[in-house]
Write a protein that binds this ligand. Structure first.
Ligand code: CU
Length: 512
């Protein structure tokens, strides 16, 4: 690790990402162009501009605002340098030394997107589409936006270097709006704010630091080498180190995303005031849930209302109370309830929010048991696998379009929970049930050691990423459709995803 830069907290105001405007727009469709480039941006008062890679030259990238069922076309343009400024490990599959380092491909996370536009990890391309990956299909992506109103996010998904491209800044928000959401009279406009939380470390010169290996003294490792999940030592929100936000004594709606490579966040207000949660990854809940704290793994989102009306004159820190957090990373940002109310707060905090069609277990055509396992690679590094398989192994998850399946994710890796993400679908968490791990390892049979736990209150809506803790079978249910083709499922700890903890899914239409 470099010498730590001690950066003062709460000295910079929270930036709000700009909205992206389409080049053309008609009633039901719009066309955008978004360029990925290298640029410099100030991330803290006491840092010079820091080199980053980002969409439209900002970090986070500009925000999409689209309507449900509006067809959005995006030409993602790569104007990145040929050489990466973060350490590329050429021993990882898909990241070989012969490949250009300025590769990118964009995935709309949580989107129900046709396969040709989903950002398949091998559909990457370089500047001017000069070089393309083996599964590259098209320059302009199509997003039909058939999902409910929610906050999706777009980010890099290039095989073998996603962790570096995202860490470099290739992240942005994507809002889908619909009439139901509009009818609820939730706080909006300047009172609705995305909070994109990441962690980064800095070199003494203010450049961002990403390790070039697990331990510089370790011999026999590739140089550079992939590292296990990396928790950096500084928290940023919307691209600013420990920012503050001036707020009025009223309700605000915050769309919170954990966009860190791997860090686990457990968020709580220093004031002990509740979050009124109204949505999850996939949109509005059925009913508002009052929560005091919640866990967010990489890629998970919550949609919450915070009511500052009783806190005028106070400053309140949003805390990260995850047990493993260092003293530096227990603070996220600060709210200063110091701005007088501009006008009466007429927004609502509704109890009933939406209907969610629950998928009963009896609808499932198949139940798949998928075990998360850890082995060692030839260099002695941990290699985490989905059901013991590598990326290039034959496709095992072949699913008939529009059928329902239950996936039981059996985690026997004695470590932090893995955020498991499925492309194309919104799923529902059924339960998590503890089992005898050593018996399972010996015999392959599951003996449950406790009753199934229902999802936490803040997970009861539609999800695209689920926490799968060690020693539990985490069961989810989903309808796989409406599109066919090749997608992926993977761990969203990006250091795992880049190193084999990702597998293809094939959605097919039967031939009769
Ligand atoms: Cu993982």
């Amino acid at each position: 690790m470099p010498d730590k830069l001690k950066l003062n907290k709460f000295v910079d105001e929270l930036p709000i990402p700009n909205t992206l405007y389409p080049i053309t727009r008609s009633n039901y469709s719009s066309y955008y162009e978004v360029t990925m480039k290298e640029f410099s941006q100030k991330l803290h008062r006491d840092l010079g501009p820091t080199r980053l890679w980002g969409y439209e030259g900002v970090f986070p990238g500009p925000t999409f605002e689209v309507l449900k069922n509006e067809t959005v076309f995006v030409k993602w343009i790569n104007d990145l340098p040929n050489k990466h400024f973060l350490p590329v490990d050429p021993t990882i599959h898909g990241s070989e030394i012969t490949l250009p380092e300025g590769r990118s491909v964009v995935h709309l996370h949580g989107g129900r997107t046709p396969a040709h536009s989903d950002g398949y990890p091998e559909a990457w391309f370089t500047k001017n589409f000069e070089k393309t990956g083996p599964l590259f299909e098209r320059e302009v992506y199509t997003y039909p936006n058939i999902e409910r109103a929610t906050m999706l996010w777009y980010h890099d998904h290039t095989i073998g270097i996603t962790r570096l491209n995202v860490y470099a800044g290739l992240v942005g928000c994507y809002f889908i709006r619909d009439n139901l959401e509009r009818s609820l009279n939730l706080p909006r406009g300047e009172y609705e704010i995305p909070l994109v939380i990441v962690d980064r470390s800095f070199n003494p010169d203010g450049s961002i630091y990403y390790p070039s290996g697990p331990d510089p003294n370790e011999v026999g490792l590739p140089q550079p080498s992939l590292v296990p999940p990396f928790d950096a030592d500084t928290i940023l929100v919307n691209g600013m180190v420990y920012p503050f936000l001036n707020v009025e004594p009223r309700k605000y709606r915050f769309r919170i995303l954990n966009a860190a490579n791997s860090r686990i966040l457990t968020l709580k207000m220093e004031s002990n005031q509740p979050f009124y949660q109204i949505g999850t990854d996939g949109g509005l809940l059925e009913k508002t849930v009052k929560i005091n704290e919640f866990m967010l793994l990489s890629a998970e989102r919550v949609d919450v209302i915070i009511d500052f009306s009783q806190f005028y004159g106070q400053t309140i820190i949003l805390k990260n109370i995850t047990k493993s957090a260092s003293p530096e990373t227990t603070d996220v940002m600060q709210f200063r309830v110091t701005v007088p109310l501009k006008s009466a707060d007429t927004s609502s905090l509704p109890y009933h929010l939406s209907e969610i069609l629950r998928l009963p277990r009896t609808l499932a055509k198949r139940t798949r048991d998928l075990t998360l396992v850890r082995i060692k690679d030839e260099y002695g590094r941990s290699l985490n696998l989905l059901d013991g398989k590598m990326w290039i192994d034959r496709i095992s998850e072949k699913i008939e379009v529009d059928t329902v399946e239950i996936w039981r994710i059996i985690n026997i890796i004695d470590d932090d929970p893995h955020p498991i993400h499925l492309h194309l679908v919104d799923f529902q968490i059924l339960d998590r049930q503890p089992f005898d791990v050593s018996h399972y390892q010996k015999t392959g049979n599951l003996i449950f050691t406790g009753s199934p736990n229902p999802p936490d209150p803040y997970e009861k809506g539609l999800k695209d990423t689920v926490r799968t803790p060690f020693g539990y079978v985490t069961s989810i249910i989903a309808r796989f459709g409406p599109f066919t083709g090749r997608y992926v499922w993977h761990c969203h700890m990006l250091e795992h995803e880049d190193y084999e903890m990702m597998r293809p899914i094939e959605i097919f239409k039967p031939n009769w």
